[in-house]
Design a binder for this molecule. Sequence first.
Ligand SMILES: [Zn+2]
Length: 329
Amino acid sequence: MELGFRTRQKPRRRPNPCPAIGLALFFSCIPKPSDAWGFAAHRRIVEAAVHWLPHPLHGFFKSHHRWLKEHALDADLRKHTVEGESERHYIDLDRFSVHMDSLYSWFPMGWEEAVMQWPEDSLLAHGIGPWNAESMYLRLIYAFDAADEQRILRCAVDLAHYLSDLHVPLHTTANYNGQLSKQNGIHALWETQIPETYMNGFDLAPAPGHQPAWISNVLGSIWCATLTSHACLPLVFDAEMSIRTDSAHLPVNAYVERGRSRQLMRSPEFVYAYHERLKGQVENRMVSSCKLISNLWYSAWVEAGQPPLPSAEQPVSQRWKKALDWVLK
Ligand SMILES: [Zn+2]
């Protein structure tokens, strides 16, 4: 398979569980066709994750939910300006092994262990999603510890983004857009067209009585999510292919209105058939995203010693200050 080439950048280092990543700057990887989850799905996930949080985190994040939604896509937008950003959003596991059993044999794996087993340039070329997510989690602990509101929000929203991406099965394979199996366009079908069409009917709320979990093995939980995504791939590809063969009368592609433009994507009939055959897979991955995001937000706060949150009540006081300023004017 031919690899596309692009410049890399040293991942951010502090705190960084995988410092060796920063030593390799000039390796390449395949450009991804899209941004994992459509934009609307990213926003919906981060908004829903807030409701999985306990007090006082819930109040703090809820008071900033607009900011979180507005910045849910920043990590994707950085791909266009920050070298080395792209590979933080995925990992092509089938570059390392085609068998799930052998994947599990080295799971969970720290960055140091990985670089002892594979060349560092290979790791960078095939994506560093899980290690990057752990790195962002550690940054969040530091941000809570410093009671730095902007850093907390920045790290939290980026962590949410990276974790969400790892819940997308197509972000764990080199065949990320079906280009190796003649299913081009499957990426947008799964992560954009299905959510945009059916997301309003998804139930992303926690079950009654849900309690957040403090995660002791964070990297293990991130790998678990990643491997679960990878295990979804047979259905992702088989369902799409079976519609082509079983329902040959259905139009595969059609021009779809998206904002002011028309794009050639899967036809609405195909999207419906695919959604039926996935049997709730997309919704389940979104729910799992919400759960892991909220658990790691919570765990980071616990690891920081459950410090007072910098401005959980600030929106109210800010409103009073604004009112006072207005009166004094
Ligand atoms: Zn992304």
